[in-house]
Structures are given as structure tokens and as C-alpha cells.
Design a protein around this ligand. Structure first.
Ligand code: SF4
Length: 348
């Protein structure tokens, strides 16, 4: 059982981040923010997959103003992602966003940060301090490691916000490099109580990027560190959401939808386990119920190896056994395996 670090909690719209809240799944739109309908449609798709908070890039003043319409069409809270120009943060808050993310490396001098803080205070919304390894402040100490430079940048900004009487803070500290991300977040988790948003930035294409993210975030989450996360992959952000849940499900931190267990197959298998697992996965992907389903290649070891599954199939020569919690409940012909298994899944 993972003992999670108890962070302060912040309220991002209707979603609590930190405290005893579950680890929240986030994503980021990749539409042109000025295109309201495309952005609202993408948010709706992300939300339908389980995205709980969405971040939106604010590249210019038109985008900041468009956020008002996007906000009206969004069922989940919105974080405005601000770089370089603090006035965009002010405009985004006027548009009604639920949180702003600023990057200490490029937001400008302390007066500008204070202006953002005062506006956030007035509107009672939190600020995310988001540091990326690739955009550290110009005055970062080059003699220190990258993770130390990231921590310095975060803490400098934290102290600035605290000095302005603001503690509605979330922190993210991301790098492409997994050890750098882990070291920075470990350090920050020890010196402040603010909630931490996790991610491996620019992780890459879905296949390798998912693995990189799972390794990095898996280490931190297992240590109890992390209150929200984003899986940053090149391509359609919808792909990020199931990966995020798979990471959390792997650590028993969240439950969502079916989980497929399938054996790798070996010389004992008499059927094409991979083809059957794919067909089962296709059927399960249309379901939302929390259920663990196993597809195993042989009757000898299958039920025992997948004892933790709610329902499963163990294939034999020309037939297969359907089992529940490791006990065989019926045996059917090979051609009927898929339907018989799904019937049992429906009963769970
Ligand atoms: S369940 Fe059976 S077929 Fe699958 S890997 Fe194990 S022993 Fe091999």
C-alpha cells in the first residue's frame, strides 16, 4: 500500500488537487486556442476519456480572450498556460479560467509576478509554478545540477508568492530526463507542502513516451509523491488519458474501466492468445465497469496464474475454460470463447 505524501490541497474549479484527493489526471489541448469549437470539442473528448483538468496554451491576447467562450463550453476545469507575457495571465483570469500556470524562467520581473498573484487572489484561483528543464531562468546557477537549478527556480518563485501572502500554489518540475525529474520532485516534496503536478516533458511518441513517463512517474508515485499528472505524448492528446490511468491502475492508486490480463503465450498454448486478447480488449474498451479480465493460453496454468482476475478464459485444444476468481465455471468450444467470456464479464 502506497503511503502518499499529504500535500496542502488546492481547488481547481470543482476539482480538488492534493490533500487526500486521488491523483488527478490532466491533459493539454493541441488545437489552436483561438478556434473555440475545435478546442471545446477536444476538451469534450478528453473529458469523456477521464481527463479531469485540462491545460490550454495562451499564445496571444486573442487566445486569452477566447478562453471565456471555451470555459463556457468545458465540463472540466481549465488551466491557462502562460509564457513570457504576464498580461496574458491577467486576461486569462478575466476570462474565468480556474488556474494559471506561469513559468518562472520567462514570466519576467517580480512586479509582474506580483500582478498575477494579486489577480489570482482577487479571483480566488490557484497558480501553478511550472518549471521545465529546457527553460530555466537566466540567472540559474550553472555550477549546480539541472535538478538543483529547477528546485532553485521553483523555490524562488514560491517564496515570492508567499511573500505576497499567496499560498494557493501547485508546483510542477519537469524534464525529459527521468532521473532529473525524480530528483527535483523528491527534493521539492521534502521542503514544501504544496501539491505536485508530475510529468516527463516532451516524452516522445506514444510507445516510447508512455514507457519513459511510466518509469519516471512510477518511481515518484510509488514513493507517495504526486497529486496530479500529465502524460505528454506527441500526437492526439486523447492517447494520453488511458496511459495516465494505466500508470495509476498499475500502482492501485486509481480504478477506472476494465483491466486486461493476458499471458505472453508459450509452447503450451493451443490457440492464438494474442488474437483472442485483442478481440477481448476491443470489447472491453467499450465498457466503463471496473473489472479485471484474463486471457490465458492454457488450462494447466491459466486460472491459477490469473487468480486475481474477476473473470478469465484458459484456452485448451479446440475449447477453453471460463473461470471466475481462479475457479473454472464452464467449458466452451473455441469458437464460442469470446462470447462466453463476455457473458461472464457482464455478470460481474
Ligand atoms: S498461461 Fe499457459 S500458455 Fe500462457 S504463458 Fe502461462 S503456461 Fe504458457
Amino acid at each position: 500500500m502506497i503511503e502518499r505524501r499529504l500535500a496542502r490541497s488546492i481547488q481547481v474549479g470543482g476539482v480538488t488537487v492534493g490533500g487526500t484527493a486521488p491523483v488527478i489526471v490532466q491533459s493539454m489541448t493541441n488545437t489552436d486556442t483561438r478556434n473555440t469549437s475545435a478546442t471545446v470539442d477536444q476538451i469534450a473528448r478528453l473529458a469523456s476519456l477521464g481527463c479531469e483538468i485540462v491545460r490550454i496554451a495562451v499564445p496571444d491576447m486573442q487566445a486569452a480572450q477566447t478562453l471565456a467562450e471555451i470555459k463556457k463550453g468545458s465540463s472540466i476545469p481549465i488551466i491557462a498556460d502562460i509564457h513570457f507575457d504576464y498580461r496574458l495571465a491577467l486576461a486569462a483570469m478575466e476570462s474565468g479560467v480556474d488556474q494559471v500556470r506561469i513559468n518562472p524562467g520567462n514570466i519576467g520581473d517580480d512586479d509582474r509576478v506580483r500582478a498575477v498573484v494579486n489577480a489570482a487572489k482577487d479571483r480566488n484561483i490557484p497558480i501553478r509554478i511550472g518549471v521545465n528543464a529546457g527553460s530555466l531562468p537566466k540567472d540559474a546557477d550553472a555550477g549546480k545540477s539541472q535538478s538543483e537549478q529547477m528546485v532553485d527556480a521553483v523555490l524562488k518563485e514560491v517564496r515570492l508568492l508567499e511573500a505576497a501572502g499567496f499560498e494557493d500554489i501547485e508546483i510542477s518540475c519537469k524534464s525529459f530526463d527521468v532521473p532529473t525529474t525524480v530528483e527535483a520532485n523528491r527534493k521539492i516534496s521534502q521542503v514544501v507542502q504544496y501539491p505536485l503536478h508530475l510529468g516527463i516533458t516532451e516524452a516522445g511518441l506514444p510507445s516510447s513516451g508512455s514507457v519513459r513517463t511510466a518509469v519516471g512517474l512510477g518511481i515518484l508515485l510509488y514513493e507517495g509523491i504526486g497529486d496530479s499528472l500529465r502524460v505528454s505524448l506527441s500526437g492526439d492528446p486523447a492517447v494520453e488519458i488511458p496511459v495516465a490511468y494505466d500508470i495509476l491502475k498499475s500502482l492501485n492508486l486509481r480504478q477506472r474501466g476494465p483491466t486486461l490480463v493476458s499471458c505472453p503465450s508459450c509452447g503450451r498454448a493451443d490457440v492464438d492468445v494474442a488474437a483472442l486478447a485483442l478481440a477481448v480488449n476491443d470489447r472491453l474498451s467499450k465498457m466503463t465497469k471496473v473489472v479485471t479480465v484474463a486471457v490465458m493460453g492454457c488450462e494447466v496454468n491459466g486460472p491459477g496464474e490469473a487468480r486475481h482476475a474477476d473473470v478469465g478464459v484458459a484456452c485448451g485444444k479446440g475449447r477453453g475454460a471460463i473461470f471466475c476468481k481462479g475457479e473454472i465455471v464452464r467449458t466452451v468450444q473455441e469458437k464460442d470463447l469470446l462470447e462466453a467470456l463476455m457473458e461472464e464479464v457482464q455478470k460481474v
